[in-house]
Write a protein that binds this ligand. Structure first.
Ligand code: 3PY
Length: 251
């Protein structure tokens, strides 16, 4: 089994970030710091399909696993990013067990799933199809995102779906969906995160979460979460600019 998926399933601490800037230089700059993964955000960033492969390639240059958050549940999108060489896929807004099963099917080749075989980059542009087919089901990470009130209500059924490697919590969307925004909603949101985490761990899944900063990573790590997507290239850039300007103005 590939190192990254093994670590994921064994719930080793994995700390990475999102990539939203649609240029390989941004991915390379972050990859130089050796995050455990970079998740290219095709869902929310202005990244076109043709650009995904170059962003994955830029992470590969520094031996960093690239995952891609796809813009929905379409099997074609999941296949496209895996064909481009992504080491895993993050499927957003999974709210039912049926949607989770569909994500498994789109990610895995038969007999587990229904992913189509293509001569993409991952398969050596067609020259290494048998090698790739032999290991893809064992090495690619499938992460599904639970971030709605419906997903929260269905978490036990979702977590029970075989083939899901990791359940990733999106606190931003979840807080909106369950009406737990801002400081007033913090306790409610924390309870929802704890509920999802407990159900996922109970079903044998690894758990991930987005955090805008490292501030409370230790707390959620102790609760059993092992996969942390920390901020994004745009957030890091924005914070660094602000800090430097502030420091210079106060100097
Ligand atoms: C959320 O917080 O809703 C996210 O999807 C973060 O990536």
């Amino acid at each position: 089994m590939d190192d990254f998926r093994t670590k994921c399933l064994e719930r080793a601490l994995l700390v990475g970030t999102f990539s939203a800037i649609p240029h390989p230089v941004a991915v390379e700059v972050m990859a130089q710091s050796q995050p455990d993964f970079i998740c290219i955000d095709w869902e929310h960033a202005q990244i076109g399909r043709e650009r995904i492969e170059d962003l994955v390639r830029a992470a590969d240059v520094h031996s960093v696993t690239a995952m891609v958050r796809v813009p929905g549940h379409a099997p074609e999108a999941i296949a496209a990013v895996l064909d481009a060489g992504a080491g895993g896929v993050l499927v957003p807004r999974v709210s039912t067990a049926e949607q989770a099963r569909a994500a498994v099917s789109a990610t895995r080749y038969p007999p587990i799933g229904s992913r189509g075989v293509g001569p993409g980059r991952a398969a050596g542009y067609g020259y290494r199809i048998p090698d790739y087919l032999a290991k893809a089901n064992e090495t690619l990470v499938l992460a599904i995102q639970v971030e709605t009130a419906e997903g929260l209500a269905n978490i036990e059924d979702i977590a029970a779906v075989e083939g899901v490697d990791l359940i990733f919590i999106g606190p931003g969307d979840l807080s909106v969906s369950i009406d737990a925004m801002g400081p007033a909603g913090k306790d409610k949101l924390d309870r929802a995160i704890t509920t999802i985490t407990s159900a996922a761990l109970h079903a044998g899944r690894a758990v991930g979460i987005f955090r805008p900063s490292p501030a409370d990573v230790g707390r959620w790590r102790r609760a059993g979460i092992s996969f942390f997507a920390l901020a994004s290239d745009t957030m890091f850039l924005g914070a660094a600019v602000l800090d430097s300007l502030d420091a210079a103005r106060k100097a």
